[in-house]
Design a protein around this ligand. Structure first.
Ligand code: PSV
Ligand code: MN
Ligand code: MN
Length: 388
């Protein structure tokens, strides 16, 4: 028996969560990267693994790429491979954080030669997007400074604007640029795009097809992230999410693991802002699975997003509005919490059954023997990692 009304089940229908290719490679901390048998050795194998998540959940039809980690001889061929596996290629992520030239910046660098190199890298990413059919170029910048006085922060903002303008000017008509912010790390004193306000100011100066990317792990503890979601949706500038969980810094743990209530609150604002299945908003994961199995970790992640979405859809919007308008603090909070405390899992089992999906995707995947098969098959070669 379902405890979800049919309109809630219907609204869940089009939910699509994009998976990061790097979640399927080995990753770790600066202390140790633990290898896992069967880890993909190339982008083709990463996509095959990502397709498993979609196969068992019907929630993850796209895979985001990271250049140069996912560089291949033919992106058209990689695209075909993805399609054969029942998924599409999604957002293309640039990388200006693993090259000695970028020690003091990339798009903001004082040296014209290095800026040129960083801009050219983004133009290459746009060429890739034409072949993969991707809509979004996602830019996360590691640049900033470690000591007061080290850098001219204002000059760097100006150069960032110039660099982004050139990149933006190269986008095709149906392509977009999304600029991610992060409050610190690897730079510790100042970061060139530290917050949504800076990202917003930079993308607003570019044009309609430049938007903000909100990574849930990139805020100071205690930040009201759902407020930022509301504001960006209100301004028409929320381009994408990078979902993950954090306890301390940029932990990149399974979304919904650390604080499901925060995820619920974020998704409530997404729905309030017309954002669920909103054509302008991409829902991506940005996670690493350091100690748990990667494919099951991604399956758990997309199910967590779906579960909190279903709960957020249960908020009685009319009752909430009238309690708010009447200044009935406790009633408004009760309406909100009633939805959060509703166990939607039986309804989601029903949702899956009616679509020919396994009732328990994690169990079905475990029973499939896929992990044992790839551990046996994928011997030799170099396992892909966060950065390879
Ligand atoms: C680094 O903080 C980061 O986690 C950003 O969130 C990017 O989205 C991701 O790496 C991939 O480049
Ligand atoms: Mn991110
Ligand atoms: Mn991050």
């Amino acid at each position: 028996m379902t405890n979800l009304a049919s309109d809630v089940l219907d609204r869940l229908e089009a939910q699509a969560i994009e998976l990061p290719s790097w979640a399927f490679g080995n990753s770790g901390t600066r202390f140790k990267v633990f290898g896992t048998p069967g880890t993909p050795r190339d982008p083709y194998e990463k996509i095959a693994d990502a397709a498993q998540v979609h196969r068992y959940t019907a929630l993850a039809p796209k895979v985001a790429l990271h250049i140069p980690w996912d560089r291949v001889d033919s992106f058209a061929d990689l695209r075909r491979h993805a399609e054969e596996h029942g998924v599409e290629l999604g957002t293309v992520n640039s990388n200006t954080f693993q090259d000695d030239d970028y020690k003091f910046g990339a798009l903001t660098h004082e040296d014209e030669r290095i800026r040129r190199k960083a801009i050219d890298h983004h133009l290459e990413c746009i060429d890739v997007m034409h072949e993969t059919g991707s809509r979004d170029l996602k830019i996360w910048l590691a640049e900033g400074s470690n000591y007061p006085g080290q850098a001219d922060m204002r000059g760097r903002q100006d150069r960032l604007h110039e660099s982004l303008s050139e990149i933006y000017g190269r986008l095709g008509e149906s392509q977009r640029l999304v600029l991610e912010y992060k409050f610190f790390e690897p730079a510790f004193y100042h970061t060139d795009v530290p917050d949504w306000g800076t990202s917003y100011a930079q993308v607003a100066a570019l044009g309609d097809r430049a938007m903000v990317c909100l990574d849930t792990g990139h805020h100071a503890p205690g930040t009201n992230i759902e407020f930022i979601v509301m504001q960006l949706l209100r301004l028409g500038k929320l381009g994408s999410f990078d979902f993950n969980s954090r306890f301390y810094a940029d932990d990149d743990l399974i979304v919904g693991a650390a604080d499901p209530f925060q995820l619920f609150r974020i998704l409530f604002e997404v729905i309030r802002g017309g954002g669920l299945n909103h054509p302008d908003v991409s829902f991506m994961l940005d996670q690493c699975h350091n100690v748990e199995d990667k494919i099951p970790g991604q399956i758990r992640s997309v199910l967590n997003v779906q579960e909190m979405t279903a709960r957020a859809l249960l908020v009685d919007a009319e009752a909430l509005r009238s309690a708010q308008a009447a200044g009935d603090v406790l009633e408004a909070n009760r309406v909100f919490m009633d939805a959060f405390y509703t166990d939607v899992r039986p309804g989601l089992v029903e949702w899956r059954r009616s679509r020919g999906l396994p009732a328990d995707p994690e169990r079905a995947f475990a029973d499939s023997g896929y992990l044992a098969a790839i551990a046996e098959e994928r011997v030799g070669g170099v396992q892909a990692g966060w950065g390879a």
